[in-house]
Design a protein around this ligand. Structure first.
Ligand SMILES: [Zn+2]
Ligand SMILES: [Zn+2]
Length: 134
């Protein structure tokens, strides 16, 4: 993805631009998926040798706080980061733990909870995937 677009994305979310943030963001947008922080680190390390594990952790945390990524806690104690911000559901296979995006016909309903602020809406289906059922 064009570096200028990535910089604008960071700025639009009030995140100070840095080269490492650009690298992380570009990876997440070019390879849509659901990643653990370690996976992002392991994938980017060969390309960005100056990158440290804690930078990746902190950056992903910052991105999700600023609404640039959604976080998924589908397995206990494991956070996955997802760069697809449009409403969508997830299917997780209980056997291989593969996470699949499920498109929604309609956006998830807006609920009325006075005095609260909704940051993310989650809809999760769990079961066994096609591959594991064979
Ligand atoms: Zn499976
Ligand atoms: Zn997703």
């Amino acid at each position: 993805m064009n570096q200028k677009i990535l910089m604008e994305k960071l700025e639009a979310h009030q995140i100070p631009v840095s080269l490492q943030r650009i690298h992380i963001l570009s990876f997440l947008f070019e390879n849509p998926g659901h990643y653990r922080a370690e996976e992002v680190y392991e994938t980017l390390k060969p390309k960005v040798p100056t990158l440290s594990k804690s930078t990746v952790y902190n950056t992903l945390h910052l991105f999700s706080e600023k609404g640039l990524l959604r976080t998924l806690s589908l397995e206990e104690g494991v956070t996955h980061y997802d760069a697809m911000m449009e409403d969508h559901a997830h299917f997780i296979c209980e056997q291989c733990h593969q996470i699949t995006n499920v498109p929604l016909q309609e956006a998830l309903p807006q609920i009325d909870l006075p005095g609260t602020q909704i940051h993310q809406k989650d809809l999760i289906y769990r079961g066994i995937c096609q591959k594991c059922l064979v």
